[in-house]
Design a protein around this ligand. Structure first.
Ligand SMILES: *Cc1c(COP(=O)(O)O)cnc(C)c1O
Length: 377
């Protein structure tokens, strides 16, 4: 009996997204092996954090990097670094920021604040969040001697109605203010590892380790300027500062760096092609089952470099009901459905091969077809 069965749970096939609610992504067997090996011996943890960070910086073409507990942990640690630097006296005051000069964190106002509420975590640190009208000049006007940083959230959906990173970051850099980008799910392409920092000029950029990188679910990556990464590390575990709750173990560090290496070495094209072939097969199975309104897309839902498939279910059927139906099957499958914020037809499902293996494709097609052909009652 497997561990999920022992716990009374069912293994789910993920045809939707790298959702945390499903467990993010699956680790390569080499990543699991690295974690297992790390679990068998002690090591000097500060030294390991240092050298894993150095290797991650090399692999992502950044000055410096730090591996943390997830992109959400990265958001908190980045805010702290921008407020306090490596100043222990300031860190000891948190979350009281009355006597901290750089304590304001600026965000654009916008609908995205409701879609990705991770910015709220910045408040843990005691930072004062100030919402700014969504235009670049307004943001420039709001920057002053109390500003610790500006946080930005790229992605097509999130940037709807707010200025893009491409317009905001260079303007802010001319003013010398810290810019932090939360690009947690903006992968692939791997060039995004250095796009926001080296090309646009952001000081820090945050990625999720447990989504597209396929690292341990509980990991994340902060890349960027060395002085700020040093500050991140200073406030983070194993030090007993505000970042101590964001502790990565030797197993996660070993797993993350192995996953990152595999992700970077596989390259965008080969990853894309593998998914494309899987979607070809899925499309074939769905057409054989009588579904013909199928569209193939060249980009992921947030504009990432991955293929996607849209399937319009027959009138009267809904994507949400399809998901619920497939999740209740003997072999549960998670079928993609768009939230209302995307403004899509309610009978449109999406299928994403990022987390699928070849031998799961039949089950995915069967689940969709079983829903479509199920008798109404
Ligand atoms: C997923 C996500 C996070 C949280 O990432 P974790 O690695 O699960 O902590 C933060 N910000 C954005 C934009 C995300 O998409």
């Amino acid at each position: 009996m497997g561990i999920y069965e022992k716990l009374g749970l069912k293994h789910i096939i993920n045809a939707s997204e790298t959702y945390t609610n499903l467990g993010g992504s699956l680790m390569d067997s080499r990543t699991v092996a690295a974690m297992e090996e790390a679990a068998r011996g002690f090591v000097d943890i500060p030294e390991m954090i240092e050298c894993v960070g150095k290797r991650a910086a090399e692999l992502t073409h950044n000055e410096a990097a730090h591996v943390t507990t997830g992109a959400a942990g990265g958001v908190v640690l980045s805010a702290v670094a921008c407020m306090c630097g490596c100043d222990e006296e300031k860190l000891n005051l948190l979350p009281n920021t009355d006597d901290i000069q750089h304590r304001d964190i600026l965000l654009y106002e916008g609908e995205y604040l409701n879609l990705i509420p991770y910015w709220k975590l910045i408040r843990y640190t005691g930072a004062r969040i100030r919402l700014v009208k969504p235009n670049v000049q307004a943001m420039l006007d709001e920057v002053n001697e109390r500003t610790a940083a500006v946080f930005l959230f790229p992605g097509r959906l999130y940037e709807t109605g707010v200025p893009a990173c491409e317009d905001t970051i260079p303007a802010l850099k001319a003013k010398g203010v810290n810019v932090v980008v939360d690009a947690a799910a903006q992968l692939p392409p791997i060039s995004n590892f250095w796009y926001y920092t080296r090309e646009l000029g952001a000081d820090l950029c945050i990625f999720s380790g447990g989504k597209h990188i396929r690292g341990p679910q509980s990991t994340g990556l902060i890349v960027g300027r060395r002085a700020l990464i040093d500050a991140v590390r200073f406030s983070a575990a194993p030090n007993a500062q505000i970042g101590r709750p964001y502790k990565t173990g030797k197993e996660e560090l070993a797993g993350f760096i192995t996953a990152l290496e595999i992700f970077v070495n596989e390259g965008n094209e080969s990853l894309y092609q593998r998914q494309q072939l899987q979607l070809d097969r899925l499309e074939e199975l769905l057409r054989l089952g009588g579904l013909n309104e199928i569209e193939r897309l060249k980009e992921g839902r947030l504009g990432t470099f991955q293929p996607l498939m849209h399937v319009l279910l027959p009138a009267g059927k809904t994507a949400k009901a399809c998901n619920a139906f497939a999740r209740k099957m003997e072999q549960p499958v998670d079928i993609g459905f768009y939230g209302d914020e995307f403004g899509k037809a309610e009978n449109l499902i999406f299928l994403n091969a990022y987390n699928l293996s070849d031998d799961e494709l039949n089950a995915v097609a069967n689940a969709v077809l079983a829903y479509v052909h199920a008798e109404e009652n």
